[in-house]
Design a protein around this ligand. Structure first.
Ligand SMILES: [Zn+2]
Length: 357
C-alpha cells in the first residue's frame, strides 16, 4: 500500500510504502543483491548506507540454489539475513538480456540454463510461484521484453507490449490464487510493468493499462537499456503527466545520479541499479557534484583526503585516504571494492534523502 504524503514544488513527491516487512519512505534506492548478497557486503553494511529495501534476482535464485531450497532455509530474509523488505524482479529481464532465450510463446519463455544446459520454461504463473517461495515482499509481474531487441524492435515492440499486458492479467490471477486466505497485512505486494520503448503512444497505452489493474505499484521497464539520456528524460517528462497519484512508481534499472535526480523530479519514487556496486568494485566513485572519480588513478598516490569530504559514509568517516584505496585497488585487495561500494551506495541514498523530510 502506498500513501502519498506531499508533492514538492520541484516535481518530486514523498510518501510511505507499507510492505509486510516494514513501512519505508519514498523516494528510495534499492541496492542489488542478485544472488542474495550485495556483492562482498554484509547486510549490516548495506543497511548502514541507508538502504531500506533490497532487490534480488528471481532468475539467478531459481537456477541456484532454487526457490524450494531458499524457502526451506527461511525464505530470502532468513537465508540472506536481511530483515527489511525485499523486492524480487520477475526474471524476465535476465532471460532476455542474457540471450539464453530459446523460444517465446504465449505460454512463456523457454531458455537454456547456462550451467546445466537444460531447457527451463518460465511462465507468468511460474514466476509468481518462484517469487512467493523466495519470500519476496514486492513481487514483479513477468513481462515480455523482446521489444527491446533492436533487430526485432520495429515489429516486436507492439506485440511485446500486448503480450506483457496479457501476462500481467495471468500474473494477477495466479497471485490471487496463491495468496487466497492470507491476511491482507501478510500479503506481499504485486507490481505491474509498463513497457513501450521510446514510442509515446505505446507507452501511454501500457501505462494506462497497468494502472487500470489491481496492482499495488507501477514499474517503468525498458528504459536505461542503451537509449540516450535525452531520450530517457523526454520519456520520463511525457509519463509524468499520466501517473495515478495512488500508485507508487518504480523506474527499473536506473541509478546514475543525474538520471535519478531527474526522475525523482518527474514523480518517480523508487530505483534499483547495479552501478554503485559494480562501479565501486572497479574503483569508480561519485563525488559531490555527481562527478566521477577513478580511485585507481595515479594522481591519488599521495592523496591523503577521503573519497569525498562531504560524505558521511563509513569509508569516508573512517578516514580511509584516496591514496590507501588506490593502493588496495592496485594490490587487488577486496577491501577496496567493498569500501568504494559502500561509498557509492551511500551517495545514492543521500540523493534520495535530500528529497525526504
Ligand atoms: Zn563516502
Amino acid at each position: 500500500m502506498f500513501q502519498e504524503i506531499k508533492n514538492n514544488r520541484d516535481g518530486s513527491r514523498i510518501g510511505l510504502l507499507r510492505t509486510r516487512a516494514a513501512t519505508v519512505s519514498t523516494p528510495f534506492f534499492m541496492p542489488v543483491a542478485t544472488r542474495g548478497a550485495v556483492k562482498g557486503l554484509e547486510p549490516q553494511e548495506v543497511l548502514a548506507t541507508g538502504a531500506q529495501v533490497l532487490l534480488s534476482n528471481t532468475y539467478h535464485l531459481h537456477l541456484a540454489p532454487g526457490e524450494k531450497a531458499v524457502k526451506k532455509l527461511g525464505g530470502l530474509h532468513g537465508f540472506a539475513r536481511w530483515a527489511g523488505p525485499i523486492l524480487t524482479d520477475s526474471g524476465g529481464f535476465q532471460v532476455f538480456s542474457l540471450s539464453h532465450v530459446r523460444k517465446i510463446t504465449e505460454d512463456g519463455v523457454t531458455f537454456k540454463d547456462p550451467a546445466s544446459g537444460q531447457e527451463v520454461l518460465i511462465t507468468p504463473e511460474k514466476s509468481m510461484r518462484i517469487q512467493l517461495d523466495l519470500g519476496s515482499d514486492i513481487i514483479m509481474a513477468f513481462d515480455d521484453l523482446t521489444g527491446l531487441d533492436p533487430a526485432k524492435a520495429a515489429v516486436r515492440e507492439e506485440e511485446a507490449v500486448e503480450r506483457t499486458h496479457r501476462w500481467l492479467l495471468r500474473c494477477i490471477a495466479e497471485f490471487k490464487k496463491l495468496t487466497k486466505g492470507v491476511k491482507a497485512a501478510d500479503h506481499p505486494l504485486l507490481f505491474g510493468i509498463a513497457q513501450g520503448g521510446l514510442n509515446q503512444k505505446l507507452r501511454r497505452k501500457s501505462l494506462e493499462f497497468v494502472q487500470s489493474t489491481e496492482v499495488d505499484g507501477l514499474a517503468i521497464g525498458g528504459l536505461s537499456v542503451g537509449e540516450g539520456t535525452k531520450e530517457m528524460h523526454a520519456m520520463l517528462e511525457f509519463l509524468s503527466t499520466l501517473y495515478d497519484p495512488a500508485k507508487i512508481r518504480y523506474l527499473m534499472g536506473v541509478g546514475e545520479p543525474g538520471n535519478m535526480r531527474f526522475a525523482i523530479q518527474h514523480g518517480i519514487d523508487m530505483f534499483d541499479c547495479v552501478l554503485p556496486t559494480r562501479n565501486g568494485r572497479h574503483g569508480s566513485v561519485w563525488i559531490t557534484g555527481d562527478k566521477k572519480l577513478n580511485l585507481r588513478n595515479g594522481g591519488h598516490v599521495t592523496d591523503k583526503g577521503p573519497i569525498d569530504d562531504d560524505c558521511d559514509c563509513y569509508a569516508c568517516q573512517q578516514g580511509y585516504s584516496r591514496a590507501y584505496l588506490r593502493h588496495l585497488f592496485k594490490m587487488a585487495d577486496p577491501l577496496a571494492g567493498r569500501l568504494a561500494s559502500i561509498h557509492n551506495l551511500r551517495y545514492l541514498q543521500r540523493i534520495c534523502e535530500s528529497y525526504r523530510p
